[in-house]
Write a protein that binds this ligand. Structure first.
Ligand code: HAM
Length: 417
């Protein structure tokens, strides 16, 4: 068969699937500890949702959406991100009527027609959180803390947190005017993307990666100097809390993000290990989005992280759960071994057992040495005496114990991560 996965998509299996599961399990645990509950929104939505939510002038809406007409002639788009859908669900189900603070997490596939490369795909997975209903800087700090700790817990090191405040709408209008004025006579020297940005979305010129643009914006007016008193206080309090929580961060006054809905705090968690695709997790406040979508003025903040990028940064060794191998010697020991394997498996242990009768050597060879800690050896004598031999594969030590105590014994010995 000549059909391959479509460019920019991939199959996730074996070690990668183990990583994917590990990441989402840790994320679920961390988010639920912070009282977030899961929301699952549809993979496709009406195109208008993203146009209005993310913004017409953004790269995502202009160039990257998978948009098509369905058989009923409706314009449908495969979701390029999760925030717009979460806000739609919040409004559609009138969640604001039941609770003052809503904390949701999600994970799943997103779609963007981008140029594929390492760490950048056309179908990729994000995990994210959204908090709706609070302006409190404690929430901004919680979200950043949680994102950082989540990545740390997964075992990723050398991360850098960058933070900025882009202020509210009025601040940005004022800043935009001054920025346009500053860039006016330098326009010709900007890269072609930035010449378009100059017209449509000039703040994006600030975080362009092209050297000439970087040089030009070095002397541009500084966004944080335009913040109102209240916006400044909010930013200061978020930074104070990050210091309190011991989260290492740096301020980057040129961080503006590529989606239109942001206001006030924006942040990214970055690694140097993935080249141009170094942003692992990104987000910020979007206090104006819910009213743009037709709701009451409701402040909100959240982030999303690229699961594939996290996977690329992970160390294989850390995620292997210890397992147990059962070795049975002779047909008469088969049922005894099977019952023990089942008992251990339903008690949450990962157990390898060969279903074909094989020699001791052949069975031992099959056991994956990288993560099997114990072999349980069962011969005819053990069956008669209701016992098993437990061999520690790391030390070679062997002990004999009563069969009925195996589960209890393993609970103290096995690392379930
Ligand atoms: P975003 O910056 O567009 O933000 O994406 C967040 C993360 O998704 C990126 O930092 C990256 O790790 C991952 N990502 C984005 N595009 C790709 C791609 N083509 N391939 C692989 N990974 C990718 C958002 O999506 C916002 N909704 C975040 C947010 C939530 N802000 C507030 N709440």
């Amino acid at each position: 068969m000549n059909i391959k996965a479509v460019r920019g998509t991939k199959d996730i299996f074996n070690e990668d699937a183990v990583k994917y599961n590990y990441i989402t399990e840790i994320a679920k645990e961390v988010f639920e500890n912070f009282n977030y509950s899961r929301i699952i929104t549809p993979i496709f939505e009406e195109t208008a949702l993203f146009k209005r939510g993310i913004g017409e002038g953004t790269d995502i809406v202009e160039k990257e959406m998978y948009t098509f007409l369905d058989k009923g002639e409706r314009s449908i788009t495969l979701r390029p991100e999760g925030t717009a859908s979460v806000v739609r669900a919040y409004l559609e189900h009138k969640i604001y009527g039941n609770e003052t603070l809503t904390k949701w997490y999600y994970y799943g596939p997103m779609f963007r027609y981008e140029r594929p490369q390492a760490g950048r795909y056309r179908e990729f997975n994000q995990l994210g959180v959204e908090v709706l209903g609070s302006k409190n800087p404690k929430i901004d700090a919680e979200v950043i803390y949680m994102g950082y700790k989540l990545l740390e817990k997964i075992g990723i090191s050398d991360l850098r947190v960058e933070i900025n405040s882009v202020g509210g709408k009025e601040t940005r209008i004022k800043y935009r005017e001054d920025l346009l004025e500053y860039l006016k006579d330098k326009k010709e020297d900007l890269c072609s993307d930035c010449q378009t940005r100059y017209e449509k979305n000039p703040l994006r010129v600030l975080d362009c990666k092209v050297e000439t643009c970087k040089e030009i914006v070095k002397k541009a007016p500084i966004l944080t100097e335009y913040l109102s008193k209240e916006e400044k206080e909010h930013y200061e309090e978020v930074k104070r809390l990050l210091n309190l929580y011991n989260i290492p961060y740096s301020e980057n006054p040129k961080l503006v993000r590529g989606l239109d809905y942001y206001s006030n705090i924006v942040f990214e968690i970055i690694t140097e290990k993935l080249g141009a695709q170094g942003t692992v997790l990104a987000g910020g406040r979007y206090d104006g989005l819910i009213s743009t979508m037709g709701g009451k003025d409701t402040p909100a903040v959240g982030f999303a992280a690229g699961i594939e990028r996290i996977m690329l940064l992970m160390d294989d060794k850390k995620i292997k759960k210890d397992s147990i191998g059962i070795v049975w010697l002779g047909e008469s020991t088969s049922d005894y071994a099977l019952l023990l394997a089942n008992e251990l498996r339903v008690n949450n242990f990962e157990v390898y057992i060969d279903y074909e009768m094989k020699s001791l050597r052949a069975q031992m060879k099959k056991i994956d040495k990288t993560n099997t800690k114990y072999a349980i050896i069962i011969g005819e004598d053990e069956v008669k005496e209701n016992k098993v031999i437990i061999k520690n594969l790391k030390t070679g030590e062997q002990t004999e114990i009563n069969r009925d105590l195996v589960c209890e014994y393993m609970k103290g010995e096995i690392n379930e991560i």
